[in-house]
Design a protein around this ligand. Structure first.
Ligand SMILES: [Zn+2]
Ligand SMILES: [Zn+2]
Length: 353
């Protein structure tokens, strides 16, 4: 098999020849046909996250071993089954749920593998989809995309369920209750599409970029707010008619988190999704007196993936714009993402797909 692998953090991906794995136990080997290029791949490639206050989280200390084939938004065709794998057949096209764990704890057994304390995420802690082949640990991690475009279906494995899981955390909301979405990048725009499909009608979107605010209005935002630092909280409250009960922060940097926290009304909930980096200082009496909730949200479960695919198959969920790129161009695709030259999603496509 071939892999387009991170050999050294921050250095160009290298095309490597590896022995093709033979699936054992419940494992399934798939020929990768499509793999999305996700913003978090850049963190894996760089090998670190900024935790704020000058602190850095090194992925090497967390068990990420190089060389590594990144890529966690994978669609592939089943190529071989381990002796204990059932429920799929050679040739079946499947989305690979990548946020797998140990496979035997309570979280993993409940299909909430993303809450496992020993994550083995595909494309991060084990080889992923920037390759001709990938191993899935168990058939229950494979989801049938049905009639969906496989390039779009691949993106559901990360960006799709990240949005779905975050939106689920603020639901149910009355259709006209204001919901604040911070950041009108790919995740924010996907959230607008999802909320529309769910019948919610009053999303207010904050972004510092006028182009992105225009895109948010086109995607169905009821109102948009300039996220520039001076007076942003007052602008949010003017748009919402007061403090806000539900906020999803897709940026989650120091400035956006502080403004979001300040805009919360009594009993309000802030869901933090973005990995921009930084920190939030919380005035503790306010937290208690306003009975606030701050909840982090990281990717989603395989149940979320099944539900999202079902919703998308109903035809009411517009997909985000996807650009297909040959797998051979994995490195330049990653660099295009780093340099901010990507609208929507880049998806690597295998030669034979
Ligand atoms: Zn991702
Ligand atoms: Zn587990």
């Amino acid at each position: 098999m071939q892999a387009w692998a991170v050999v050294e953090n921050g250095a160009p991906l290298q095309k490597l020849e590896w022995p093709t794995p033979v699936p054992s136990g419940t494992q399934i080997l798939l020929d990768v046909t499509h793999c999305g290029v996700c913003h978090s791949d850049l963190h894996v490639w760089e090998g670190r996250y900024d935790l704020g206050g000058g602190r850095i989280m090194n992925l090497k200390d967390r068990g990420v071993v190089l060389p590594l084939a990144m890529g966690h938004e994978i669609v592939g065709r089943v190529a071989a089954l381990g002796p204990d794998a059932t429920g799929v057949a050679v040739g079946d096209t499947r989305i690979v749920y990548p946020w797998v764990g140990c496979g035997h704890c309570a979280a993993c057994m409940a299909d909430e593998d993303n809450m496992c304390l020993t994550p083995k995420s595909i494309g991060i802690f084990q080889n992923g989809g920037y390759a001709t082949h990938v191993l899935a640990p168990h058939p229950r991690h494979l989801v049938d995309p049905g009639n969906l475009d496989p390039a779009l279906a691949a993106t559901y494995a990360c960006s799709g369920i990240t949005v779905y899981s975050a939106v689920r955390k603020v639901m149910p909301l009355p259709p006209d209750e204001p919901l604040l979405l911070v950041g009108a990048g790919g995740l924010g725009l996907s959230a607008l599409a999802l909320l529309k499909a769910m019948g919610h009608r009053n999303s207010i979107v904050v972004d510092i970029s006028p182009e992105k605010r225009t895109a948010a209005l086109a995607a169905g935002a009821a109102q948009v707010v300039d996220g520039g630092p001076e007076g942003v909280v007052a602008r949010i409250m003017a748009a919402a008619g007061g403090p806000v009960g539900a906020i999803i922060d897709f940026v989650n940097g120091t400035a956006s988190a502080a403004a979001s926290f300040e805009a919360l009304r009594k009993g309000g909930k802030l869901v933090q999704v973005g990995l921009f980096g930084g920190e939030l200082r919380i005035p503790l009496p306010i937290m208690a007196m306003r009975a606030l909730t701050i909840q982090g949200s990281y990717v989603g479960s395989v149940k979320d993936l099944r539900e999202l695919v079902k919703l998308a198959q109903g035809g009411t969920l517009p997909g985000l714009p996807v650009t297909e790129v040959p797998m051979e161009q994995a490195d330049s695709a990653l660099m295009r993402l780093r340099d901010g030259h990507v609208t929507g999603r880049l998806v690597l496509r295998a030669e034979a797909a």
